[in-house]
Design a protein around this ligand. Structure first.
Ligand code: AKG
Ligand code: FE2
Length: 279
């Protein structure tokens, strides 16, 4: 199994993209409409933010979950015991963002949401009819104006050598949401677990964009689209001294959207957040 990058502008891109999602849970697109200059500017300005003390003025609020999450309280993946080596900032439509960083990140949030709606349309169009008929409403409508969609700016600091035994930048996990839109990061490290259990590098050419299936779409498609495990491994050699910045947008349906006979988006999310000890 290999993950190949699909040219967004190719005539058969939608069909090949959905086939890749079905096979691997991941799809990688080049020549997509999100400008890499915008992503590059965001990486640079947020890198500076993470280097500054200003981040401590935006400490996350447990009630709203927006703001800065320091490495000391960073996530522990489901089933894991050691914390990931990362710090991050959570952006919601009505959440706090430092004034100087608003323009670019808000533009990215809007563009990536619109792009995600287009890709959800592709997914619906190329789902077999018995799968598509399980969707309670069209997939792009599920995320329309959703205030639950979360943009996470991640900073994986350089390795210091005193990291906890077994800790990696992001331990193997699955995403909870419908789909995730992730521009290639400024450094490699992202891997996806193949069906045979081996870890594959996700192509990380700067400028391409990575989409993966989350648990909610796996639930809504009764397992047709797999929410695959992925992780971010630690850098080696000279890359150890480099920070890695990444920018996943987690597309969440509106809370009342019915995912399956068992769950709405809200009941699903609450169950998962309780398991993680976040609420
Ligand atoms: O940093 C990355 O490339 C992936 C991050 C990720 O998988 C996550 O935050 O859920
Ligand atoms: Fe993830």
């Amino acid at each position: 199994m290999k993950l190949e990058t699909i040219d967004y502008l190719a005539p058969d891109s939608a069909e090949r993209f959905v086939a890749s999602l079905r096979e691997t849970g991941f799809g990688v697109l080049s020549n997509h409409p999100i400008k890499k200059e915008l992503v590059e500017a965001i990486y640079q300005e947020w890198y500076e933010f993470f280097q500054s003390d200003e981040k401590n003025e935006f400490l996350f609020k447990p009630e709203t979950q927006d703001g800065f999450f320091p490495a000391s309280i960073s996530e522990t993946a489901k089933g894991n015991t050691v914390k990931d080596i990362k710090e991050y900032y959570h952006i919601y439509p009505n959440g706090r963002v430092p004034a100087s960083l608003k323009a670019n990140i808000n533009e990215y949030y809007a563009q990536a949401n619109a792009f995600a709606a287009e890709l959800l349309g592709w997914i619906e169009k190329f789902s077999p009819s018995d799968v598509a008929k399980k969707f309670s409403i069209p997939l792009p409508e599920m995320i329309k104006d959703s205030e639950k969609t979360l943009l996470r700016v991640l900073h994986y600091p350089p390795m210091k050598g005193n990291e906890e035994m077994g800790a990696i930048r992001a331990a193997a996990h699955e995403d909870i949401n419908l789909i995730t839109v992730l521009p290639a990061a400024n450094e490699p490290g992202l891997q996806v677990k193949a069906k045979d259990g081996t870890w594959l590098d996700v192509p990380s050419d700067f400028g391409s964009i990575i989409i993966n299936i989350g648990d909610m779409l796996q639930e809504a498609s009764a397992g047709y689209f797999p929410s695959t495990s992925h992780r971010v491994i630690n850098p080696e050699g000279t890359d150890k001294t480099k920070s890695r910045i990444s920018l996943p947008l987690f597309l969440h349906p509106n809370p009342e959207v019915v995912l399956s006979d068992r769950y709405t988006a809200d009941s699903y999310l609450m169950e998962r957040l309780r398991e993680l000890g976040v609420i």
